[in-house]
Ligand binder design. Structure first.
Ligand code: PHE
Length: 451
């Protein structure tokens, strides 16, 4: 081990660099691919309403909770808990996070690999006209091939590895300084374009006119909670790890609100963009995970300048995926780097090797292992649901209990860096009472099938 703290001198150069990286972590496939199909399957506007309420009441306060643990602990997921709560079992929350991150990245690279492949197909012109049998069949036959998708997911992970290997300020911060502004511009372009389409008003109604009777549908709550955690990168100590590289003077509260706001704006814009297109071309909103990969290409084909729009869209999706994958890889790398005493480079290779190997299962689940399923979910869906709906909220719940009950009130307030007494009270009450109760209820109910 070359340094006792585990992080050495590597830190974010600026607070803004941290914010961009954390926004990059939050904004990802979750906002575009996952948000659109989960919202599509769960009633659009009503889902969005519950989702927004969870972001505000649970997401933002917990983002502050998680980052405050990292900033005070100044170490990786496990080390930070060990430092703040020596001789206790709290570090297991960090360990669960490390495993959760590895699991999420193992399927994240599969979908990211599809995105990279689609980008390639549009750049070479292969998808400019609908392939024989349609885009649905093209997607099916491609993902059921045991080798080709593995190549693309290896390529995606390989690029992520090269960035993470270079550390925080020289690798992750630099990459996000390029990705994030580009992402914002492309996204605004796509949303404006979406609003010019014929189905815009119907798409907007689907996304913004709630049908309150659907609030009686219990599964909306578990899905919205899982989506809020997934989208904010919350509950598995990825944000904790990022905030451990902050300088002392860089304050947390404003940054966490900024991160959540940006993430939510991205999800809403992605929703506008996708659902206006979906309604313009009259396809089913509940098409599930393939929505983005099967439905959108047929839509692009019928659009004026659709090929160009498709390229812009898949550049956007791939970049967003990269900026999130960086944080998912940094989480176990920081831990392995410290505990096994490996160099950062070696730790990055070890973690990537494990993640790639696990990812093979999710990929083959669409082909030769498609027989492995539970309740109609293939391997990728199972890992996705298990992590988003269980591991992430459980991690968040435990962090709320840690800061709300284990840590003394004064210390918790100090860690949060909130200045106004009013905000301190609101935040502390939410973290100590409201969030644990609401979350324990939803988790319990969805685990035992009441929902
Ligand atoms: N928030 C990322 C997304 O929306 C996914 C993610 C989850 C990243 C958990 C890090 C930790 O795509």
């Amino acid at each position: 081990m070359n340094d006792a703290s585990g992080i050495g001198n590597d830190q974010w150069k600026t607070r803004f660099g941290f914010m961009l990286a954390a926004m990059g972590s939050a904004v990802g496939l979750g906002n575009i691919w996952r948000f659109s199909y989960v919202a599509g399957e769960n009633g659009g506007a009503t889902f969005l309403f519950v989702y927004l309420a969870f972001i505000l009441l649970i997401g933002i306060p917990l983002l502050l909770t998680e980052t405050s643990i990292g900033k005070a602990g100044k170490m990786d997921a496990v080390g930070s808990f060990k430092k703040l709560a020596p001789n206790t079992k709290w570090h297991l929350v960090g360990l669960m996070g490390v495993f959760g991150g590895i699991l999420i990245l193992s399927f994240y690279i599969v979908v990211s690999g599809w995105s990279l492949f689609y980008l390639y197909q549009y750049i070479t012109g292969a998808f400019w006209t609908e392939p024989d049998g349609g885009f649905g069949q093209a997607f099916e036959s491609w993902i059921s091939n045991p080798f080709a998708p593995l190549f693309w997911q290896a390529l995606f992970l390989g690029i992520t590895l090269l960035i993470v290997m270079n550390g925080i300020s020289k690798g992750i911060e630099r990459a996000n300084n390029i990705f994030m502004p580009a992402l914002a511009i492309l996204m605004i372009f796509m949303a404006i374009y979406g609003l010019t389409l014929d189905g815009a008003s119907e798409g907007l109604a689907f996304l913004f006119t709630p049908d309150w009777s659907q609030l009686g549908n219990p599964s909306i709550y578990a899905m919205a909670l899982g989506q809020a955690f997934f989208s904010l990168s919350l509950g598995i100590c990825g944000m904790l790890t990022y905030s451990s590289y902050l300088k002392e003077k860089d304050r947390l509260p404003g940054a966490t609100v900024g991160i959540a706001l940006m993430d939510t704006v991205f999800a809403v814009i992605a929703g506008i963009m996708i659902f206006t297109a979906v309604f313009s071309f009259e396809v089913d909103t509940a098409s599930g995970p393939p929505l983005v990969f099967i439905i959108l290409p047929s839509i692009f084909e019928g659009m004026p300048a659709g090929n160009l729009i498709a390229i812009v869209f898949f550049v956007l999706l791939t970049m967003a995926a990269f900026s999130s994958a960086l944080s998912l890889l940094e989480l176990p790398v920081a831990y392995v780097h410290r505990t096994l005493g490996l160099s950062r480079k070696a730790a990055t290779f070890v973690c990537s090797g494990i993640i790639f190997t696990l990812g093979i299962a999710s990929s083959l689940g669409f082909g030769i292992w498609s027989g492995v399923e539970y309740n109609g979910n293939n391997i990728l869906d199972m890992i996705d649901n298990f992590t988003a709906n269980l591991i992430l909220p459980l991690g968040g719940l435990l962090m709320a209990i840690f800061v709300g009950w284990y840590v003394k009130r004064d210390q918790a307030i100090q860690m949060s860096e909130l200045q106004s007494a009013g905000l301190q009270n609101i935040w502390y009450t939410l973290v100590r009472y409201v969030i644990p109760v609401v979350m324990a209820f939803i988790l319990f109910a969805s685990l035992f099938g009441f929902m």
